[in-house]
Design a protein around this ligand. Structure first.
Ligand code: HPA
Length: 237
């Protein structure tokens, strides 16, 4: 397949790719790699490839927000660039009182209201690489033991609408949904369809029901612990 939204040369994207919604956050993650270079840039959605401390190459792709946008990049990374592992590194909201702003969240399953996952839409979709999820959680746990923030694992709700028509919907979530975002269910579903490893690591930036939020600047720069954990995970896969 010829990629229409990526213009990297063949071989310029590593088998392991981190997917970040925000191009600025993607650039920030790339700056933590050595010898990072921009290998693709269409529509302001860059892809960087660089090296971990152990010499392994990884790539960092910006995907924009929502399942439709993420799936454009994920499909092209898999079909045109032979990506084998896709790890979403992003943010989420919560309505759970046990979860605080700045906490880390590792989805172990996802439910979705997405109108674009093919019928029959998966009621519950899991990350396609269980061992990767375990690794992300244990790496995050080790880091967060040393800092005031905490790490959770559980069910994520991937929604098509950031702004709900009716706030009452927020109370209708499964009580075991810990994180709410807009991408993971699509990524996990694609992982199963295309037989590639998928997982996610999220930072909680919104307490939706009590209207507490990280401000825009903090959303871009306050996620360094998560980025470092994701890179640490990659060096051990
Ligand atoms: N809702 C949906 N997606 C999100 C949120 C949210 O509150 N925070 C980060 N991504």
């Amino acid at each position: 397949m010829t990629a229409l939204h990526l213009n990297a040369a063949s071989g310029d994207i590593a088998p392991l790719v981190f997917l970040l919604g925000d191009p600025i956050r993607a650039k920030r993650m790339a700056s933590m790699l050595s010898a990072a270079r921009k290998v693709s840039n269409i529509r302001g959605m860059p892809c960087f490839t660089g090296m971990l401390r152990n010499g392994m190459e990884v790539s960092v792709q910006a995907t924009g927000m929502g399942i439709p946008s993420l799936l454009i990049y994920a499909n092209e990374l898999i079909d045109s660039y032979c990506a084998k592992t896709l790890i979403r590194v992003g943010t989420c909201g919560t309505t759970n009182e046990r979860v605080a702003l700045g906490d880390l969240f590792v989805p172990t399953s996802a439910v979705s209201d997405s109108g674009i996952l093919p019928a029959p839409a998966p009621a519950l979709v899991t990350p396609s690489a269980h061992e990767l999820v375990v690794k992300i959680y244990s790496c995050a746990k080790m880091r967060t033991d040393k800092t005031p923030s905490r790490v959770h694992k559980g069910k994520v709700f991937s929604t098509d609408l950031f702004y709900k028509w009716d706030n009452k919907e927020m109370q209708d979530f499964d009580s075991d949904v810990l994180g709410i975002e807009m991408e993971s269910a699509g990524l996990f579903w694609l992982g199963h369809m295309k037989n590639v490893s998928t997982a996610a690591l999220l930072t909680v930036t919104d307490k939706i029901n009590v209207d507490e939020h990280w401000p825009p600047a903090m959303r871009a720069t306050g996620v360094d612990t998560m980025l470092a954990i994701a890179l640490e995970v990659a060096s051990s896969v």
